[in-house]
Ligand binder design. Structure first.
Ligand SMILES: Nc1ncnc2c1ncn2[C@@H]1O[C@H](COP(=O)(O)OP(=O)(O)OP(=O)(O)O)[C@@H](O)[C@H]1O
Ligand SMILES: [Mg+2]
Length: 382
């Protein structure tokens, strides 16, 4: 077990890393962050920022010799770097490279879910050009082509009306990257759960969140989701099965689809804290980042006591089009908590921060969230 005073190594310095570093520093740990961006949001909370590529041998050697354990906040951190830190420097790497490698690759991830005996929507695998014709027959249309790797916030995804368009989209890629084609599913709801699994194998799930996306990016999360207890239990039990099968250590986010016929499917997982778990910072007994800290340090997960009702609204760079949004109005609200990630450049679609409303009555929180969106000049949620 790794005690306060030790230094932890973190691959990735985005907003998730910023919260992790804040939780670790609060609890008396040091944090060294590896991120090539000189303005990485986590750097402000880190004891040291190694500004280098994720596979930079010198930077990995520094982490390897100064840190007591390694974690990641960024699912595209090279699994090879995590493996090197575990093998060459004999450090606990949580989650392990093998689990991260599965979650990084949609083809491996979907197969893994199936191997766990869990359902995913119809899809075809396009590993190379020769695999295109067979893959296009695996789904009904419309469908979505997604790159197997490096996608996030809906990036690397193209919707296609039929196999002819799918063929054209794929043929237009000079270097065809491995992809999946997924049938566009009739979604009734999107749910997610964030869980923590300890080295001792014990699992604790945070309350299930209900998510609304806009243009493929998470817009609003509502927690706890207003769903039947049996459905919430199924979500937690399937996510736990995934974590147990992976022998996962750390915080894991698992995304689900509920279809209009009521069936539940897995969408994808993230080997790290998750945007839909941000409500835990303000609305629970422990945040997903404190949980990650405990697990990385080898302690069992905290029991996240039931959360108060929470509505979290993401703030994207689009909101900065007319200058800094009207924080004064937001902050006058007695239940609104503003989070900003310290990113200097507000690009469209870039996650800049979020606000959370916490209170006893879900319906009034939703109405207040809509009111605050209007105050900030945001469009109404879908
Ligand atoms: N097969 C599908 N059928 C219907 N909607 C889908 C499908 N795949 C994706 N979507 C919609 O697009 C959103 C983003 O898709 P997905 O989770 O695969 O992307 P991502 O780029 O990994 O996003 P993130 O990392 O933000 O979760 C989903 O949450 C859902 O709203
Ligand atoms: Mg997703």
């Amino acid at each position: 077990m790794i005690l306060p005073g030790a230094t932890l190594g973190l691959l990735g310095g985005g907003q998730l890393g910023r919260y992790f570093a804040a939780a670790a520093r609060t609890a008396g740990y040091g944090v060294w962050v590896l991120d090539p961006d000189p303005q990485a949001p986590a750097a402000a909370f880190a004891t040291r920022h190694l500004c280098a590529a994720y596979d930079d041998a010198d930077a990995l050697a520094l982490l390897g010799t100064h840190c007591a354990a390694i974690t990641t906040e960024f699912e595209n951190a090279p699994a090879s770097a995590l493996a090197a830190l575990a093998d060459q420097y004999q450090l606990p790497v949580r989650p392990a490279a093998a689990a991260v490698a599965i979650a990084q690759d949609r083809i491996r991830e979907k197969q893994f879910f199936r191997d766990c005996g869990l359902p995913v929507g119809p899809y075809g695998v396009i590993a190379d050009a020769a695999g295109i014709p067979a893959a296009l027959t695996q789904v009904a249309y419309p469908a979505i082509i997604k790159t197997a790797r490096f996608g996030y916030d809906g990036k690397g995804q193209v919707r296609v009306a039929g196999p002819t368009e799918a063929q054209a989209v794929l043929a237009a890629q000079p270097d065809l990257m491995p992809c999946v084609i997924e049938q566009l599913l009739p979604l009734a709801q999107e749910l997610s759960v964030v869980l923590g699994r300890g080295v001792n194998g014990s699992v604790q799930c945070f309350p299930v969140a209900q998510n609304h996306h806009r243009h493929g990016i998470l817009d609003v999360s509502i927690a706890p989701a207003e769903i039947a207890e049996s459905l919430a239990q199924q979500v937690c039990s399937w996510a736990s099965r995934v974590a147990n099968t992976l022998e996962y250590v750390g915080v894991l986010g698992v995304e689900f689809f509920v279809l209009t016929d009521g069936s539940l499917l897995l969408n994808e997982m993230a080997p790290r804290p998750h945007n839909s778990g941000h409500y835990t910072i303000d609305a629970g007994a422990c945040s997903q980042f404190e949980q990650q800290l405990r697990l990385v340090c080898g302690f069992p997960p905290l029991d996240p006591a039931p959360a108060a009702n929470a509505v979290m609204v993401n703030l994207l760079g689009d909101q900065w089009h007319a200058g800094t949004p009207d924080w004064a109005s937001l902050l006058q609200h007695p239940r609104a908590r503003l989070h900003l990630y310290g990113k200097r450049e507000a690009r469209p679609g870039r996650k800049m921060g979020h606000f959370t409303l916490v209170g006893p009555d879900r319906q009034s929180l939703l109405e207040e969230a809509e009111q605050l969106r209007r105050t900030l000049g945001m469009s109404a949620s879908d």
